[in-house]
Design a binder for this molecule. Structure first.
Ligand code: SF4
Ligand code: SF4
Ligand code: SF4
Ligand code: FES
Length: 1008
């Protein structure tokens, strides 16, 4: 276990940043003062640490030097240089206060003001953060030296989420750098050759007709109001809502006065305005509610209006990064159809009820059912959207109040097989290291993970590593998604055969003596038995089963064995099969055989899907385990919880999500409590699940919208989304982060932890939690794995990765000191191959792959309520290969039925070469039975974890009508080609005929 890092740079994306401790110290002279600092540190960061002011506009630590703004000149050894491009060197002498440097900086600032109209009091960006305003003020630029001239371009508001105003753009290039080198999408550029340079989208002038994936990086880093979230427009300040007909004359009036009075009095006015805004606008740290990456950011609000999401550099996971959902996907919070009162079903109809009445009814029915059929007739489903504290309460409610271990969460639908594979081999059911380890690896093996759409901010880090540091990516997937397009090697195994090719590569490595023998001897058990189990997995057998040539597999195996450090990444393409646990285990075996574990930049990294799917299991919402993964069957552990909770606890493992469904059909489960889980559509064989709900005597759903699952409830309780409560989440790297209450629960709703507390009271328990921190304290006191977790240690953007010792030391990388087995050694685990269920045959001749889309999340109950996201992906569809489309006489827009052995759906066709042959792809993007992919899924499940085999669907296709509307709009990013380049290409600016290096005055300053 390693000590927790306190380095604020840890986890900050962007250019590699060395920690001070890794560096050699050197001395530098700044304006006559001798200072000591780490060699190689960026000068501006160093000066800021010492509170020495060097103006700068285009520099941002996460982006590195761009060198466009010319406001940071210093003299080094008598020569003028841009300060942002300098790093500390021993003996360096820097003059900030020389006249030449000051003149050069002033000239740079004058040129910026020539490009940007200062109308701060009516500007959305007048919030203290505007770098243009701040630099002009800090440098005491007295007046407009070069006249401002409008650009020959219109404001572009074509994009659903942001607008670009060329008139305000200072051509700093931050947006381009972010798009090209942080997001690595490569949409933005500046055409330095034009008379009037401007930002371009794929070389064009319309933002929404481009490859832009709406990640928002460019908007986040823009130093002024040139790129602006649309949610800010007209909302940000008291005067920003003025109509243009009033605003423009007001600006013109001020501009007429300005030459006589200078900037100062006008800035004073804008500061009053900024202070006014400051008092009204609340900035609250929260954590994204969508995927398991765990991006944290500040949310800016005025009352219940969400003005914008602003990522900050100190966020440990994402720094300045977000994806479209985290940055822009929050309309659902204030959606008109939020549930705002408890509902009780009466004579087949729902009617509003008071909380007291709802609690009393639930308590009465639960206790009646318990009395009549025993505690195991009740079951509880926790939510991976909710907090750790809420998951803890759900399992405590089930175990301590009702007396059953029938409690589970939706990791059963995705991650349980990965956890199983890790438990078998390396010991802990979590990612071995941190995202930084993924970034630092020499080679990544990415299997069944559409990382760019399902875990977008992790994908940006991987793409950065590939682009900037030559990281190699071997990607195995059925579909040509972005990670495949960018892969160094791509293989397309036959569906369901991953175990074969992974095991064959491992066998080849061992047969050829390419394994890490010293690592195996010292740190791993079970090699002999494992070797025996590999006997069938020859390369030839693998070629026959998977369709991948033996020579190709041998070559890939050598690449993995030869690489200095390898991480394996996988996701639902691996886990949602009948052998999901075994394939996860096979990947862990491969990492162990090649010595890729127990050291930095190595290990296994199953990507956790939901924001808190890791934490919900961590906090005991599982049928056989308490918080921290201790067994309910362990007498000593149970005794600890019995003492802590003051009750007797059940010993037998309960039903999991999947087995609960059959138990409902068999009338073994009579009542169910579902917390924020669209179980009616996201479990496999959805019709079978819905029929199971019909069998229940009583069902409670706690939700924020009236979902498909609510339709079958007897009582519906209105809970609260993440921004309306406090708590913690655990992301895919085992990292705890705190979320703060951005706004109080919508009138009529309650935070879910409060509802659970009040319900437990109604059931007779003496729960008295007043704040989620008390729940965490209790969990930490009972679960050794979280002994040192507390809200104090998670203040602000601080985070902890489990296990966390009582003294607060956390574990960014597991296994550095051995594996959590008795002898400290990892274990190789022998495996057999089990063929996939329901393979294609003559009747069901298509393999139906399925998964996420960038712009939607899971079934879509949240993302469908975002107008912008909905405009990008209006509904569900099926991706069909050009070959299949031709064979069936269909085209983009055709309406087809997909019919499996278990159900059918109707969807429009999108013809694309992302899929091949008779493999089709249906996103999980539907909130009704007519379009939801899981209507097609079977009851087959992973034999070890009971995770449904969602990825093993075969179906036939029937054409309903050939002509129809295209399922995605023409401006969807998938239809455009990016324009990647190395960065801002600032040298092209300097090469322009009309560029004169400051301090000389430019002849045509407005051109810069
Ligand atoms: S992909 Fe779009 S939103 Fe993201 S940085 Fe590029 S242009 Fe901006
Ligand atoms: S739009 Fe881009 S180039 Fe223009 S000011 Fe903003 S970040 Fe700089
Ligand atoms: S959805 Fe995932 S990647 Fe996107 S902002 Fe949220 S946590 Fe980050
Ligand atoms: S901060 Fe140095 S040129 Fe912009």
């Amino acid at each position: 276990m390693t000590e927790s890092t306190t380095d604020p740079n840890r986890g900050t994306p962007g250019r590699p940043q060395q920690t001070d401790t890794e560096q050699v110290l050197c001395s530098v002279n700044v304006d006559g003062n001798l200072l000591i600092g780490p060699a190689g540190k960026p000068l501006i960061d160093f000066l800021e640490q010492h509170r020495i002011d060097l103006p700068h506009v285009c520099y941002l630590p996460s982006l590195g030097p761009i060198e466009t703004c010319d406001t940071c000149w210093v003299e080094v050894d008598g020569e003028l240089q841009r300060g942002c491009a300098l790093t500390l060197k021993d003996g360096m002498s820097v003059r900030i206060d020389s006249e030449a440097a000051r003149d050069a900086r002033h000239e740079g600032a004058d040129r910026i003001v020539a490009r940007h109209e200062l109308y701060c009091s009516v500007c959305e960006n007048n919030n203290g953060d505007c770098e243009v305003h701040n630099v002009v003020e800090r440098m005491e630029i007295p007046y407009q030296r070069y006249p401002y001239k409008e650009k020959p371009y219109e404001l572009d508001d074509s994009h659903p989420f942001y607008q670009y105003d060329p008139d305000q753009c200072i051509l700093c290039g931050r947006c381009v750098e972010a798009c090209q080198n942080i997001q690595v999408t490569g949409t933005l550029s500046i055409d330095w050759a034009r008379d009037d340079p401007r930002v371009l989208w794929d070389g064009g002038e319309v933002a929404n007709e481009s490859s832009c994936v709406s990640c928002g990086h460019c908007v986040t880093v823009c130093p002024c109001n040139a790129l602006m979230e649309k949610t800010m427009v007209g909302q940000a300040g008291p005067l920003t809502a003025l109509p243009e007909s009033v605003k423009r004359p007001a600006i013109d009036l001020v501009k007429r006065v300005e030459p006589t009075v200078g900037f100062k009095p006008i800035f004073t006015l804008s500061e009053v305005d900024a202070a006014w805004r400051e008092s009204e606008i609340k900035r609250t740290k929260t954590v994204c509610t969508y995927c398991g990456v765990g991006c944290a950011f500040e949310m800016w609000t005025r009352d219940r209006t969400i003005l914008k999401v602003q990522p900050v550099e100190e966020a440990p996971v994402n720094g300045i990064s977000t994806c479209v959902k985290g940055k822009f996907g929050w309309d659902f919070v204030n959606a008109e159809d939020r549930l705002t009162t408890p509902l009780i079903r009466e004579n087949g109809e729902f009617r509003p009820a008071s909380w007291e009445e709802a609690y009393a009814l639930i308590a009465r029915r639960f206790l009646e059912i318990k009395e009549a059929h025993g505690p195991d007739a009740l079951s509880f489903v926790a939510s991976s959207k909710c907090t750790n504290e809420e998951s803890y309460l759900v399992q405590k409610l089930a175990r301590a109040v009702i007396g059953t271990n029938n409690v589970d969460n939706c990791s059963r639908y995705c991650q349980s097989p990965a956890t199983q594979g890790l438990w078998r081999t390396v010991g802990y059911g979590g990612d071995e290291g941190s995202i930084e380890d993924l970034e630092g690896a020499e080679l990544l093996l990415i299997v069944g993970s559409n990382t760019a759409e399902s875990h977008p901010v992790i994908a940006t880090r991987l793409k950065q590593a590939q682009k900037h540091r030559g990281q190699r990516h071997i990607v195995a997937d059925l579909r040509r998604h972005e990670m495949v397009e960018r892969a160094d090697e791509h293989i397309h195994p036959r569906p369901g055969t991953d175990l074969v090719w992974i095991s064959a590569m491992t066998k080849y490595i061992l047969d050829q003596g390419l394994e890490d023998r010293a690592f195996l001897d010292e740190k791993v058990n079970g090699l002999d038995e494992y070797l025996d189990s590999l006997a069938p997995f020859t390369l030839e057998y693998a070629e026959a089963e998977t369709g991948i040539a033996a020579a190709r597999l041998a070559d890939l195996a050598r690449q993995i064995a030869d690489a200095g450090s390898v991480c394996a990444i996988w996701a639902m393409g691996v886990t949602q099969h009948v052998n999901g646990s075994d394939v996860s285990t096979a990947l862990a075996n491969l990492m162990l055989v090649t010595g890729n574990s127990g050291r930095p930049n190595t290990g296994c990294y199953p990507m956790r899907g939901h924001n808190n799917v890791q934490g919900t299991s961590d906090f005991g919402a599982m049928p056989g385990r308490f918080p921290g993964y201790e067994f309910v069957a362990d007498d000593q552990v149970r005794a600890r919880y019995e003492a802590g909770w003051g009750v007797t606890l059940p010993k037998e493992k309960g039903y999991n999500n999947h087995t609960m469904v059959q138990a409902m059909h068999d009338r073994k489960i009579r009542a169910m409590y579902v917390l924020a889980e669209e179980m009616a559509l996201v479990d496999a064989n959805a019709r079978h699940v819905q029929e199971g709900f019909d069998q229940l005597d009583f069902m409670v759903v706690q939700e924020i919208f009236f979902t498909r699952t609510c339709e079958q409830a007897d009582v519906v309780l209105p809970g609260a989304p993440s921004v309306e409560k406090e708590g913690t989440y655990v992301n895919t790297e085992r990292r705890f982060q705190r979320l703060y209450e951005v706004m109080p629960p919508l009138t009529g709703c309650k935070a879910d932890w409060r509802i659970l507390t009040e319900l437990a009271q109604a059931l007779g328990a003496d729960w008295d939690y007043q704040n989620p921190s008390e729940i965490m304290d209790e969990a930490a006191s009972l679960a050794p794995m979280f002994a040192g977790v507390s809200y104090d240690r998670l203040e602000g953007f601080d985070s902890l990765q489990w296990p966390v010792r009582a003294d607060g030391a956390d574990t960014p990388h597991l296994y550095l000191d051995g594996y959590p087995f008795e002898d400290g050694k990892a274990r190789l685990y022998p495996l057999d191959f089990h063929a996939p269920s329901e393979p294609v045959n003559e009747e069901y001749d298509l393999h139906v792959n399925n998964g996420r889309l960038l712009e939607t999340f899971h079934e879509g109950n949240l993302t469908h309520r975002s107008r912008g996201l909905r405009s990008q992906v209006p509904g569900n569809f099926v991706e069909v290969s050009p070959q299949l489309a031709e064979a069936r006489g269909i085209k983009t827009g055709s309406l087809v039925k997909l019919i499996s052995r278990h159900g059918e759906i109707s969807v429009h066709v999108l013809v694309t070469d992302r899929v091949a042959g008779n493999e089709v792809y249906v996103p999980e993007n539907a909130t009704d039975n007519e379009h939801a992919i899981n209507m097609l899924a079977s009851n087959h499940a992973d034999k070890d974890s009971h995770t449904p085999a969602f990825k093993e669907i075969s179906a036939r296709l029937e054409v309903v009508q050939v002509e129809g509307p295209a399922p995605l709009p023409a401006d969807n990013f998938r239809f455009w080609t990016a324009t990647p380049q190395s960065g801002v290409l600032t040298e092209r600016k300097w090469q322009r005929q009309d560029y004169v290096q400051p301090p000389a005055a430019a002849r045509n300053p407005e051109k810069f």
